[in-house]
Design a protein around this ligand. Structure first.
Ligand code: NDP
Length: 313
């Protein structure tokens, strides 16, 4: 039987509507969350991501501002900008779009962001809060994965979860959230022995690898839930055939655009899995939605004491 498709666009729209409603009610009490995005240089992909984030703020009633230092910026100049944003009370969230140019010490910049405003959830203080189950800011993509599971009524507690990928941005925080949700979690990586065999144990399989269609049907227990985090651009015709042979719609896109997007999971897995996220339209839309959630959350955590309206929000 074909898998249920977990529609990330629909779930993200639900979350965005909830955030917009809360922002509206807070506006009545005279408070508005604010996000500052720092985009260094002219990286085309980063510009697209940042545009999406700023647009999303506008749609949801969140204040946003964009800072665009040139790609010649030094670490100390960027540190001054971050420190200025740290000090401004109306800014609840600071997002420094990665990658930064090579002359900039990225770790130093990310460490300088006030953990209370770290809406990416990458600061070691927030990593610590997550691993010790204290209130903090959780990285957006992993938080989005959990929302997909919860809102699709897929149980987490007591389930065998396998996460392929151990990056600080996706794999590790996703594993931590699943542990906090009482799943039994295995984390795999490039040195894992018998990867398909380990993955076949999973009731919930998370693929965050960055390799087009690597997870094939022999990795998947029939009926398992498969969350495909990967976003890979396929341009090679032979690779396209391996993944999408016989898919007329994809063939049309590939012919006209010369490329198509695929996750880390081979499309054939939809024939074995019980539920699966598509690419595009699965995990991707949740990432920006959870950034909006985090901006609102950062405001609530940081300003609760000073603004009485927030303690009721
Ligand atoms: P990284 O490159 O940082 O991490 C990839 C992980 O996969 C590493 O832990 C690596 O293992 C592991 N890996 C690589 N090759 C293999 C292999 N052959 N077998 C087993 N494990 C392997 O990637 P990210 O975590 O940043 O991103 C993963 C994917 O998710 C990418 O496609 C990225 O584009 C996508 N992504 C999507 C987002 C979204 O909004 N949908 C957001 C963020 C990322 P090792 O540690 O041993 O090297």
């Amino acid at each position: 039987m074909a898998a249920i498709i977990l529609d990330g666009n629909k779930i993200a729209a639900e979350i965005r509507a909830e955030v917009a409603a809360e922002v509206k009610s807070l506006a009545g009490a005279g408070v508005r969350p604010g996000l500052a995005v720092v985009l260094v240089g002219n990286n085309a992909a980063s510009e697209i991501y940042v545009r999406g984030k700023v647009k999303s703020c506008e749609e949801l009633g969140i204040y946003s501002e964009k800072h665009t230092p040139p790609d010649t910026v030094s670490t100390s100049e960027l540190l001054r900008l971050v420190e200025d944003l740290n000090r401004r009370d109306e800014i609840d969230g600071i997002l420094v779009q990665l990658p930064l140019p090579p002359q900039v010490d990225s770790k130093k910049i990310l460490m300088a962001v006030d953990p209370a405003k770290d809406v990416d959830g990458f600061h070691p203080v927030n990593v610590g809060f997550l691993s010790t189950q204290r209130p903090g800011l959780v990285p957006c993509t992993p938080a989005g994965i959990i929302e997909i599971l919860k809102r699709s009524h897929i149980p987490i507690a007591g389930q065998e979860a396998v996460v392929v990928g151990r990056s600080d941005i996706v794999g590790k925080p996703t594993a931590m959230l699943l542990i906090n949700g009482n799943a039994t979690v295995t984390v795999c990586h490039s040195k894992t022995r018998d990867l398909p065999g380990v993955c076949r144990r999973a009731d919930i399989l998370i693929a965050a690898i960055g390799r087009a269609g690597m997870v094939t049907r022999d990795f998947v227990k029939p009926g398992a839930t498969v969350i495909d985090v990967g976003i890979n651009k396929v341009t090679d015709p032979a690779e396209f055939q391996r993944l999408f042979a016989g898919n007329a719609k994809r063939e049309e896109t590939f012919r006209s655009k010369g490329s198509t997007l695929v996750g880390d999971v081979h499309p054939e897995v939809a024939e074995v899995a019980g539920a699966i996220t598509p690419v595009p339209g699965g995990v991707g839309p949740l990432t920006i939605a959870m950034l909006m959630v985090n901006t609102l959350r950062a405001m609530k955590l940081r300003r609760a004491a000073e603004i009485p309206a927030l303690s009721k929000a």
